[in-house]
Design a protein around this ligand. Structure first.
Ligand SMILES: C[S@@+](CC[C@H](N)C(=O)[O-])C[C@H]1O[C@@H](n2cnc3c(N)ncnc32)[C@H](O)[C@@H]1O
Length: 206
């Protein structure tokens, strides 16, 4: 069978599954919100959610008064759905449809957040490219928060192979440009009741 591209995979997922039917669904992205809030950023801080899909993170940040939020996702369907759900509030968010590996940021961010998008990169050159793009796009002393399946978590996500990360491995991966500030290992319960072990690391740009 012909292999489908990363783009086709995600367009298909967002065309066929409801928001709450996917394993990564969270009504409230608690760990991400707590890590972002602990940064004590001003409400005008520039925050980008990489692979944000139609997650509730950006809408919650908007409802809490943040004014400079960007969501990037490979899937145009995901962004379309997120905009529809938000209605008028959609215009408060900057939406970017792009593969992260093709992203050419036009500005620098105070906070770069990624839950369960980075871990789909399994090739060394792609992982290195992601680290380099995130480093170039983050302000000095800005932060990045990366959430992936841990070494105790699943080996696949949405049917695709992923890279698992311990805190040590994430630290080593981002070490060149970022200093580790905080690490957590939350467990996510999928809508069908399965437990998934995550590694979340927060880094500061050198
Ligand atoms: C497992 S979902 C997680 C969605 C969201 N971050 C959350 O936590 O609810 C992965 C998301 O990353 C997006 N994605 C996967 N690979 C990507 C890439 N190379 N560039 C940009 N987005 C990507 C998918 O379209 C999807 O929306």
């Amino acid at each position: 069978m012909e292999e489908i591209t990363r783009f086709q995979h995600w367009e298909n997922i967002y065309s066929t599954k409801e928001l709450h039917e996917v394993g990564w669904y969270q009504r409230v992205p608690t760990t991400s919100l707590e890590m972002i809030k602990k940064l004590n950023l001003p409400k005008s801080a520039s925050i980008i959610d990489i692979g944000g899909g139609d997650s509730h993170l950006a809408p919650i940040l908007i409802s809490e008064g943040y004014t400079n939020i960007t969501v990037l996702d490979l899937s145009s369907k995901a962004i379309e759905r997120a905009k529809l759900r938000l209605g008028d509030d959609a215009s408060k968010i900057e939406w970017i449809v792009s593969d992260i590996l093709d992203f050419k940021p036009k500005k620098k961010y105070d906070c770069w957040h990624d839950r369960a998008a980075f871990h789909f990169l399994t090739k060394k050159d792609e992982i290195e490219k992601y680290v380099s793009i995130s480093a170039d796009a983050t302000n000095t002393n800005g932060s990045i928060i990366i959430g992936t399946f841990s070494e105790k978590g699943p080996t696949k996500c949405s049917g695709l192979n992923i890279s698992q990360y311990s805190t040590e491995l994430l630290k080593k991966t981002f070490n060149h440009c970022f200093k580790l500030i905080e690490s957590l290992n939350p467990e996510h319960t999928t809508p069908s009741g399965f437990k998934q072990h995550f590694t979340f690391c927060k880094f500061e740009r050198n």
